[in-house]
Design a protein around this ligand. Structure first.
Ligand SMILES: *Cc1c(COP(=O)(O)O)cnc(C)c1O
Length: 478
């Protein structure tokens, strides 16, 4: 024994149930049944270690009397701890949450929610065997993704399209295939970082091309590009700064000007549009987002954007542009590593059909949410508050107030746009705002809210109508 100085020490520790004791409890059987024996052992060891540490702590703080420590009680506590840590483990998987943050394209919460039609299409058309690479009219092998790609080309006015895993993959792919070993000219105002690990200069380095920075943070002129051009230049890259906006004394050449220059010098103009828009969203304050159709019409050779930002579909990198370039990408060995699967094609096809029918703002949740006028959110929020009050039937504790506020577009789109909204402000007699927020996160389904000025705020703009009853039952139980 490491510390034989006190008989009391070891006798408390001796009361600690064995791993085998814990492993034969009802709780352990339940955990093993749901998550397997390997996970059970890992969790059981962890809760045993925690209790051992706690007992040692008690010993070192002078507890000698074992009367407060019954083996049966300790075992019961270990069972409880085991179930609690198993629940935390289970919750760490991919789970549905209610996004009450008011951030429409919330990258941490999975960006664009899919429409009911899209979900139905994934289930019905793509979850089993499907025509991923099969042509039913000919009975022969078909081309993966051709429907979505043709539709995408139609909607953007591009000659052709190709779909890869995400927009970061698209940028890396395009730079690798068309600029490797050469120079790429980029404005200093566009050398941005988009969410942690996507930094434009790093992507360029990875692709094997050399960055040629021109201009300044706020102003870059066409002559800056002209001066930087040399015989190693392969491409001009235009990056939409996305989650970052330079305002004030600013200048940058238009796509048309850059295209004219690039084509005169026989190099490519590539635009990484980030979110990008397939339809003009300026009436919702989103006029700064590049309209893909316009970039193509203005002469960009190749444009990439995300499938799950403003477009409102599944995670994908959409590439549109000149047919010869798209075909070169398709034949490149890297394409095989970056291509998407049947579930994503089914989602993209359904979303693109909504754009083709011109019903995108009605069908696509992201567009529906961000275009929802303040009055509509306010009316829904008032109805919701009444229903919640009725459900709680004057139960004490929770206080609910309505207040004006702002939503956020998110996902690196339109950083300056904050649609007016109405918020539910929650406070509780028995809990602080952060305790309340934590309780909401621990509920089933978890409710994600924000805290401002010591109140928990819920924005129903991002809570679809069909999730409102779920939210009411969570709130009614507080
Ligand atoms: C968001 C963004 C990306 C990364 O897109 P993902 O689809 O998340 O890979 C790349 N470039 C720009 C300009 C962006 O806004």
């Amino acid at each position: 024994m490491a510390n034989p100085s006190s008989a009391g020490d070891s006798s408390i520790l001796r009361l600690l149930p064995s791993l085998d004791d814990l492993m034969s409890t009802e709780a352990a059987r339940e955990v093993a049944h749901r998550s397997g024996r390997t996970r059970l052992k890992m969790l059981a060891r962890r809760v045993m270690d925690a209790m051992r540490a706690e007992l040692r702590e008690a010993i070192s703080s002078g507890v000698k009397d074992t009367s407060g420590y019954e083996r049966a009680d300790l075992l019961a506590r270990l069972e409880k701890d085991l179930l609690a840590s198993w629940r935390v483990y289970e919750m760490s998987g991919t789970r549905h949450v209610i996004n009450a943050t008011g951030v429409v394209i919330h990258t941490n919460l999975g960006r664009a929610p899919l429409s009911d039609k899209t979900v139905a299409a994934i289930l019905r058309e793509a979850s089993g065997y499907c025509t991923l690479e099969y042509d039913v009219s000919e009975g022969t092998r078909g081309k993966r993704g051709s429907y979505a790609e043709e539709l995408l080309a139609e909607l953007t006015g591009a000659e052709a399209a190709l779909i890869v895993n995400n927009c970061a993959a698209a940028a890396f792919f395009i730079l690798t295939v068309f600029a490797k070993g050469g120079e790429v000219i980029v404005s200093r105002g566009e050398l941005v970082e988009i969410g942690g690990d996507f930094r434009v200069p790093d992507v360029l380095t990875q692709s094997g091309s050399t960055l040629s920075e021109v201009g300044t943070t706020n102003r870059t002129k066409l002559t800056d590009y002209e001066k930087a051009f040399n015989k190693s230049t392969k491409m001009i890259l235009r990056v939409h700064p996305s989650n970052y906006k330079i305002v004030g004394f600013t200048a940058t050449p238009t796509i048309a000007e850059l295209a004219a220059f690039a084509h005169k010098k026989k190099i490519l103009l590539y635009e990484d549009a980030g979110s990008g828009a397939l339809v003009d969203l300026s009436e919702y304050g989103l006029g700064d987002e590049p309209l893909i159709k316009r970039s193509i019409a203005d002469g960009a050779d190749i444009v990439s954007f995300s499938g799950d930002k403003l477009m409102g579909s599944g995670q994908a990198g959409l590439i549109v542009g000149k047919r010869s370039l798209i075909e070169k990408l398709r034949k490149h060995p890297l394409y095989r590593a970056l291509r998407v699967g049947k579930l994503i094609y089914a989602a993209l096809e359904q979303t693109l059909r909504s754009y083709a029918r011109e019903s995108a703002v009605d069908d696509i949740p992201v567009l529906k949410m961000l275009s929802m006028p303040r009055e509509v959110v306010a009316a829904r929020t008032k109805r919701f508050a009444l229903k919640l009050a009725k459900e709680r039937n004057n139960a004490g504790g929770l206080q609910i107030a309505l207040m004006g506020g702002r939503s956020v577009i998110g996902g690196g789109s339109a950083p300056g746009v904050h649609p007016q909204t109405m918020l539910l402000s929650l406070s509780h007699e028995n809990f602080s705002a952060s305790e309340l927020e934590k309780k909401l996160r621990a509920s089933d389904p978890p409710v994600i809210a924000r805290i401002e000025n010591n109140a928990v705020l819920l924005d129903l703009r991002t809570v679809p109508e069909r999730e409102q009853n779920e939210l009411i039952s969570v709130l009614a139980s507080l």
